[in-house]
Write a protein that binds this ligand. Structure first.
Ligand code: NOJ
Length: 726
């Protein structure tokens, strides 16, 4: 169908048919069994029964057979033959469970993230889904917010690169192609910055903050051709995103040229009333439509008020027509008018379930994500002594559980994901003794608070050569509506580790969590700490191989780990202040009296079993040839006898500008694989774009002057040199 045909179709539609296209409901409204819980509250909808058949899309209905049947019923009743669009939250895997996005960010491997999204798209498409509400690309700096697990972290550049990889992974060359999904970037905008880390709370930021930090990753998605954009729940410049004209009309459409539909988040149109910027249902509908929210998810203000708004002259029908056209164009782009099932196919769906290639990919991705935070010679375990003599204690609530998926895991079937099972498989000769393996209660309530259990665990593990503490937070306590003020491990997990440390045997903590946690209190009691995140289906296998040494950890933090909640926000790319702390005992400087300014572990940090030496750091100006102003390079040598991966990171700092600049900003990275003794020279081109910033004239500008160019292994470990660019 071409654009003319779409216009023709729009001209034939009644106002109710149009408003139906602009409404999205859970599939059970359309007669399908709910296969996934609601992902938000149920509000009064005031839906007329005759409207239901006009609804244009559903969310979170799954299954080829079910969705084909739903499409059949719908098409039989659709006067103009307009198919339903099936959307769903496929966030980090569908049938195959991949690591949470925060973990996939830690891989610093966009190609792997892309592969995970490609597989998710294939599995989702075979199941009848047309579009995924992903990637979530909100920049995150506050681990109290449960949704940090859905993001790739605190850096705008890394998030942008990862976002583009995800969009490519889902959509491929064309989302219409077999096994591809349309992708919807979310949550536009700045949902990741709620005050106090409390979900759905106020966001309020300067425009410079938005432009340089919070908006770039959404723009990156638009530049990569993302099909749809979802609004956020929060305010932007004090107007809720779904009613924010500046955000959608000026920035998204006018400046960035986005032409696809915008969908509200779940009931976010309704919530403009609760926010208090719409007096009633009609005003909510008018404001959101005028602002450019084309589809209303899980509320019905457009359907309830649209006709009257137009007939009373309060809303231009052109706004509705434009929104409808965008929705129909997306349906058309996906080929749904010709083939309303798209790729839904029961046989293909079954074939892809537990597909060995997908399982392998889940492992290959999971192995790149964990971050080795500390290692005082205890890891890898296979260096300790011959396996047949090794006695390993494994204690804690994540020893035997397979609840390691993180929020938004669509496939919740039990699986063979547990750490202990994988360790036993991988080390058949070793002896394993477990203790305190009961799962955490809700909100990571203590495994058990009976001190005797800890005493008993100590007794059981007394003769072990090494002890692995499998600790963390509940998978269910991460994600939406899972904000916390306490990021420490529950009391008896900390006490358990402390007591086990008292045995004088090496203790290795493996952390299962969806956010940076406050692990300072256990650090001294642990000889090694592996940040394991929630790794999905391959969790056990990947963690076991890393612990044993069959694989070498290579993840790097993409969110700083705070010393304490009181430090938050503690991101690496903070603005310079007028009174920076220089490590001296001065009073009137920007510091805490009772805590360091620095995080416990910074952005970009992560250890390896290999050791890498950096040398020959050099920056040279190139005189703006082909837009390149300078080149930076450094040599990296693997000086150990273990093959491993190192992520070289480029940071830049603008020494003086019209507005304050961050102390450093990531502008490039490269993950290298080096054999023992191997050296690689890594070089980066420095462009004008990398040196520009949002100025007082409200535009991105480049100003000549001094810049610090830094290369190194983490945001806190770099070599730096200053250059002047004229
Ligand atoms: C609310 C969440 O904020 C959003 O990320 C999700 O896509 C929708 N619910 C639909 O489930």
């Amino acid at each position: 169908m071409n654009s003319e045909k779409i216009n023709e179709l729009v001209s034939q539609m009644t106002i109710t048919e149009k408003l139906g296209q602009l409404t999205q409901l859970a599939p059970f409204f359309l007669g399908m069994d709910p296969t996934m819980d609601l992902t938000g509250p149920m509000n009064e909808m005031n839906l007329k029964p005759e409207w239901i058949k006009e609804v244009g899309s559903t969310l979170n209905g799954f299954g080829a057979r079910e969705l084909k049947a739903l499409q059949d019923r719908h098409m039989a009743n659709s006067r103009l033959g307009i198919p339903l669009l099936f959307m769903a939250d496929i966030v980090h895997g569908y049938k195959t469970g991949f690591p949470i996005p925060l973990a996939m960010g830690s891989s610093f491997e966009p190609a792997l993230y892309e592969r995970a999204c490609e597989i998710s798209a294939k599995e989702g498409a075979a199941s009848g889904i047309h579009l995924t509400f992903a990637p979530m690309t909100d920049l995150v700096r506050d681990p109290r917010w449960g949704r940090v697990m859905e993001s790739t972290g605190e850096d705008a550049y890394l998030n942008s690169v990862m976002t583009q990889a995800a969009v490519r992974g889902y959509q491929g060359q064309n989302p219409r192609d077999k096994g591809r999904l349309a992708s919807c970037v979310k949550h536009f905008a700045a949902y990741g910055a709620p005050w106090g880390g409390r979900d759905y709370n106020t966001v309020d930021q300067s425009e410079g903050m938005l432009r340089e930090y919070y908006l770039p990753a959404y723009k990156a998605a638009v530049d990569a051709g993302v099909a749809m954009v979802m609004t956020s729940f929060n305010t932007v410049k004090r107007v809720p995103a779904s009613a924010n004209k500046w955000l959608m009309r000026d920035v998204l459409r006018e400046e960035w040229g986005f032409e696809g539909p915008v969908i509200s988040d779940y009931a976010a149109v309704d919530e403009t009333i609760t926010h208090g910027i719409a007096a009633d249902s009609a005003e909510a509908a008018r404001k959101c439509l005028e602002a450019g929210t084309d589809i209303e998810m899980m509320s019905s203000h457009y359907l309830v008020n649209g006709e009257a708004l137009v007939s009373e002259g309060k809303l231009d029908i052109a706004i509705i027509d434009e929104a409808v056209r965008r929705v129909l164009e997306l349906k058309n782009a996906l080929g749904l008018f010709e083939n309303p099932y798209k790729d839904a196919d029961e046989a293909w769906e079954a074939e892809l379930l537990n597909h060995p290639e997908h399982k392998r990919a889940a492992y290959e991705i999971a192995i790149e994500c964990p971050v080795l935070l500390k290692n005082e010679g205890v890891l890898p375990l296979n260096n300790l002594k011959p396996e047949d003599k090794l006695k390993i204690g494994v204690a804690g609530p994540f020893t035997g559980t397979d609840r390691v998926m993180g929020s938004w895991a669509v496939n919740r079937e039990s699986g063979d994901r547990s750490l202990i099972q994988a360790l036993r498989n991988q080390m058949p000769q070793a002896e394993f003794i477990t203790a305190m393996t009961g799962e955490l209660g809700p909100l990571q309530a203590d495994i058990t608070d009976v001190p005797d259990e800890i005493d008993a665990a100590v007794e059981r593990l007394r003769d072990c050569d090494v002890i692995i503490a499998a600790v963390g937070e509940n998978s269910e306590d991460t994600g939406e509506s899972a904000s916390k003020t306490i990021l420490r491990l529950s009391g008896n997990q900390e006490r358990m580790i402390h007591a086990l440390h008292g045995l004088g045997k090496p203790v290795v903590a493996v952390l299962f969590c969806g956010r940076p946690m406050e692990i300072g209190p256990i650090l001294a009691d642990c000889d090694a700490v592996l940040q394991g995140w929630f790794l999905g289906d391959a969790s056990g296998a990947a963690l076991a191989d890393l612990l044993i040494g069959k694989a070498n950890p290579s993840g790097r933090l993409t969110m700083s780990i705070p010393v304490s909640v009181g430090q938050i926000p503690v991101h690496y790319n903070a603005f310079r202040t007028g009174r920076p702390y220089r490590g001296l005992h001065e009073r009137y400087v920007s510091r805490y009296l009772d805590c360091d300014n620095e995080p416990l572990f910074p952005f970009g940090y992560g250890l390896s079993y290999s050791e890498f030496a950096y040398s020959d750091f050099m920056v040279e100006k190139t005189g703006n040839s082909d837009g390149v102003l300078a080149k930076a390079r450094i040599s990296v040598t693997n000086i150990s006898n273990v093959p491993g991966k190192e992520t070289v990171q480029l940071y830049i700092h603008d020494v003086a500008a019209q507005v304050v600049r961050p102390v450093k900003e990531l502008k490039g990275f490269r993950k290298l694989e080096l054999q023992p003794g191997e050296t690689a020279v890594v070089s980066f081109e420095i462009t004008k774009e990398m040196l520009s910033y949002w100025n007082e004239e409200r535009e991105f500008c480049f100003e000549p002057g001094a810049f610090d160019i830094m290369l190194g292994r983490s945001s806190a470990d770099v070599e730096s040199t200053r250059i002047w660019i004229g």
